[in-house]
Structure formats: structure tokens, C-alpha cells
Design a protein. Structure first.
Ligand code: ARG
Ligand code: ZN
Length: 466
């Protein structure tokens, strides 16, 4: 995020402080210094993430009272310094910090917008493991995204809908809030008895005492902060294990239950179908959270367990499930590459329909291609949406899927599926870029695909070839 002061070695071996902000002016609201490429200098979200360290694990202990909307939290981050650091930033917006330690010793901190700037008593050395513990309290408020939608901790009438793409994680826990930095998570969530708190991964246990229930969740596989959830409500819960040994946990708001049940029942077969296409499901847990959150207007592929603002249709379930491979297991390196998430999840919908008696992908493509030049579909190219305000725009989803369909037509079905599987397999649990995807497709197909991707991902306006 904003400024990370590093100690760098000069030629003569002296240690001098250098503001990392000077290395990426784009990340600095003050605009001081030169441009550069260090750290999490995401051009669309310059304040997201932070340089100088990697978080390995988040331990989040939260207590929420839906009636007063008060959240009390404690976050323990286990991290490793990637530079010598005299101080570092976390992303944290809104809530009041009541205590902060680094390696159990009180540390100085201050707030500047979404930055929580921490100065440990002693500088951290490159390669050093350290632990940051933050205690905090207050009434969490969602952030408004550049496109006007809400994300983060969004209160509902019986709890909270919690979904953080792209920026909302920082509304409920201090984080290195960029998909570049993935970590494992433990959640200990306490809510009034009768409410259920659902996070990512596997439920380790729950316990009710003194009118409150505590749920313990573990997300073992690495996860980007925006994919974390701690959604709270009055839910009907169903748990089972699939034939593949995946632990499923469904939580459904009773107001959505009739509409949701037949769709959620298809989750195991959808995951099996996607596993056949994309390779093994990347996580040990799965499930769905179906909330009743009329103010939200979207679903999110929260890792292992997508969260829906209302009962999803089957296409949406297929879409969020496909994100488990494309977006969750294989993460973005930069938000600009968002089509790697949304184009792929949309194409999964097309493939599903095609193989289950619905429209063919070609018919989907043709119907979209028929849209006139002035249509929003052609407003910007999906590989370069231009700003954070466009990352969930129609071109990212639909023209992103069209780009994949063009790839499929160019290389043939078998090679196309080999590319998708290799993408999910090679980058499993890690990251990918558009350039890496193009190279992989070229390597596997033995074809020069530069023109195809330039046309479909990067050329403004309606492409001529089709
Ligand atoms: N990734 C989500 C999907 O499955 C969309 C998230 C939209 N988020 C937002 N803040 N508008 O398509
Ligand atoms: Zn999506």
C-alpha cells in the first residue's frame, strides 16, 4: 500500500532508509518520487496490498452482535519480512484499533486512510518471521467500489453478508489486501446462539455457552484476502461429504430455502463435471452460503464456499464453482487481468449449458457477436478494462468468454481443454498472468496465438474477425 520504509544496503554497506513509495509513485497519493515496479503497486488499486512482507497465516477471532452491529476482533498475522523493514503497512479501514503488538511487544501505529502504518520497536530483517496482533472494535461499514457496488462487511437484518472483492477485506480485518499475497486462515467466530457464522474451509467445531455460539473454521489452502468470508445469519445448515471426499457445508437463509435447495443439490455433480474438465477440485471443502441480502446485488466465489445474496440459479452456481479453479486456486497477479477470473467462469457456464442440453457455446458467441458496435459489450477490451470501475463490466465477462471460445475454435476442443487443465494445474494454489496464459496456450497448441488474443483481449471496439 502506501509507504513501506525499507533499509537498503548501499554500496559501502551502510544501512539507509529508503521510502519504498519512491519506487512506485503510482502507489503514493503524494506522488513523490519515481515510478517503479516493487511490491503490490496495482495500477487499478494503488493502495491495495503492501510491500516488504508476506503474510503466511491469519488467525481471526471475531465476535459480532447483529442487533448493535458491533464487531470486536483480534487478528494475529504470521508474516515474513521480504526486506529489512523499519515499518510496514496493513490495509485496514474504519474500525478502531485498541491494541497492536509485533512479536508480543507494543508497537507504534498510526492510521492514514486505509493504511495502518506500524512501526515495530526494532527493525525487522529480511527473511525474519514475525507476528502482528491487532485488537479492534467498532461498527464495520462496507466500502463503495469504483463501480458503485458495496463490498466488505455488509450488515443484513439478521447478521452480515461478507464478501470482499476487490477491496472489502480491510473493512473487517487488517490485511495485506491484494491477491498477490495468499495465506492460510483460522477463524473463531462468536455470534448470538441461534445465528450461524460461516467462513471458508472446514468447520472444526462449534460450541454454545452463555447464549453465544462460537464456530471455528480453517482454510488450509492459500487464499487471497478478498475471498475470505464470515457471513452471519439465521441459517439452515446441511453437511455431507461427496464421493470425492470433499466436505460440503451449506448454509441457507430460510427465506431462500425453497428456491435454493434444488440448485444446491446439484453442487456435487457440478464439481464432478468441472473436475473432469479442469482437473481435480483444488480444496478439501466446498458448499454454499445463501443469504437474504437484497442490498448486495451479486454473488462472490468466496473460497471453498461461494456466498449468494439470494437463491442462485444453476448457471450462477456453475459460475462461482468454476471460480474455485479460476480466480481462487489460480489467483490474479494484477486486477487488470480480471478476465482470467470472469471470462473463464462465464465460459464454464457456456460449456455446462452445451453439455447439458442447453445452448451451444457457439450459439452464445453468435448471439453476443450480433450486438451492434455501440453495445456496452464493446465498450472496452477485456484484457485492459482501463480502471477498477470496469473490472466487473460486461466485456470482462462476455467478451472474455468470447476470447476463450475463439481460442477453442482455433486449437480444437481437445487442445483447448488441455490448455484449461494445464492452466489450473500449473498455477494451482498460486498466481497467473494473461501473458502466461497466452504462452501456455501457444506452447500446448504449437500455434502462434498472438493475433487472436490481441484482437479479443486488447483491441478496442468490436472485433472484425468472427
Ligand atoms: N466475482 C463475482 C462474480 O462471481 C462478482 C463480484 C462483484 N463484486 C462487486 N463488488 N461488485 O462474478
Ligand atoms: Zn465471476
Amino acid at each position: 500500500a502506501r509507504r513501506t520504509t525499507v533499509l537498503s544496503r548501499t554500496a559501502v554497506g551502510a544501512t539507509v532508509p529508503v521510502a519504498l513509495a519512491a519506487l512506485f509513485a503510482a502507489a503514493s497519493p503524494a506522488g513523490a518520487g519515481t515510478t517503479g515496479t516493487a511490491g503490490a503497486g496495482d495500477p487499478y488499486f494503488p493502495l491495495a496490498g503492501n510491500g516488504g512482507y508476506h503474510v503466511r497465516h491469519y488467525g481471526l477471532t471475531l465476535r459480532y452482535d447483529p442487533a448493535s452491529r458491533r464487531l470486536d476482533g483480534r487478528a494475529v498475522l504470521t508474516a515474513r519480512a521480504t526486506e529489512d523493514l523499519t515499518r510496514f503497512d496493513l490495509d485496514f479501514q474504519g474500525l478502531k484499533v485498541t491494541g497492536l503488538t509485533v512479536d508480543r511487544k507494543g508497537a507504534r501505529f498510526r492510521r492514514e486512510g486505509q493504511e495502518l502504518i506500524v512501526t515495530p520497536r526494532r527493525p525487522l530483517h529480511r527473511g525474519q518471521n514475525f507476528q502482528v496482533a491487532v485488537t479492534y472494535t467498532g461498527t464495520p461499514k462496507p466500502v463503495t467500489d469504483p463501480d458503485g457496488s458495496l463490498d466488505g462487511w455488509i450488515p443484513t437484518d439478521d447478521g452480515a453478508f461478507v464478501a470482499g472483492e476487490p477491496q472489502g477485506a480491510m473493512t473487517w480485518f487488517p490485511a495485506n489486501n491484494h491477491p498477490l499475497d495468499k495465506a492460510s486462515y483460522d477463524f473463531t467466530l462468536t455470534v448470538p446462539a441461534g445465528r450461524t457464522a460461516v467462513a471458508n474451509g472446514v468447520l472444526l467445531g462449534s460450541r454454545t455457552a452463555h447464549g453465544r455460539t462460537t464456530f471455528r473454521w480453517r482454510q488450509a489452502e492459500p487464499m487471497a484476502a478478498y475471498l475470505a468470508t464470515a457471513t452471519i445469519g439465521t441459517f439452515q445448515v446441511k453437511q455431507y461429504t461427496t464421493r470425492d471426499g470433499i466436505k460440503v457445508y451449506d448454509a441457507v437463509d430460510p427465506r431462500e430455502a425453497n428456491a435454493a435447495k434444488p440448485v444446491l443439490g446439484k453442487l456435487p455433480s457440478v464439481l464432478e463435471w468441472e473436475s473432469r474438465l479442469f482437473g481435480p477440485y483444488p480444496f478439501r471443502a466446498a458448499g454454499s452460503i445463501v443469504d437474504h441480502a437484497p442490498d448486495v446485488g451479486y454473488a462472490l466465489e468466496t473460497q471453498t464456499r461461494p456466498v449468494y445474496d439470494s437463491a442462485p440459479d444453476l448457471a450462477t452456481l456453475v459460475h462461482e464453482s468454476a471460480h474455485q479453479w479460476f480466480g481462487d486456486s489460480v489467483s490474479l497477479t494484477s486486477w487488470k487481468d480480471i478476465w482470467l477470473n470472469e471470462g473463464f467462469a462465464t465460459y464454464a457456464e457456456w460449456l455446462y449449458a452445451e453439455q447439458h442440453g442447453g445452448k451451444t457455446a457457439q450459439a452464445e458467441f453468435d448471439a453476443l457477436y450480433a450486438r451492434p458496435a455501440g453495445d456496452e459489450l464493446w465498450e472496452f477490451p477485456p484484457g485492459d478494462p482501463g480502471s477498477g470501475a470496469n473490472i466487473f463490466g460486461t466485456p470482462v465477462y462476455a467478451r472474455g468468454a468470447m476470447a476463450l471460445h475463439e481460442l477453442r475454435r482455433a486449437v480444437g476442443d481437445r487442445t483447448f481443454l488441455r490448455v484449461l487443465r494445464a492452466w489450473a494445474g500449473t498455477h494451482r494454489g498460486g498466481h497467473g498472468t494473461t501473458a502466461q496464459f497466452v504462452r501456455l496456450a501457444e506452447r500446448i497448441s504449437g500455434q502462434d496465438l498472438g493475433g487472436l488474443f490481441r484482437t479479443w483481449l486488447y483491441t478496442p471496439g468490436k472485433p472484425h474477425s468472427a
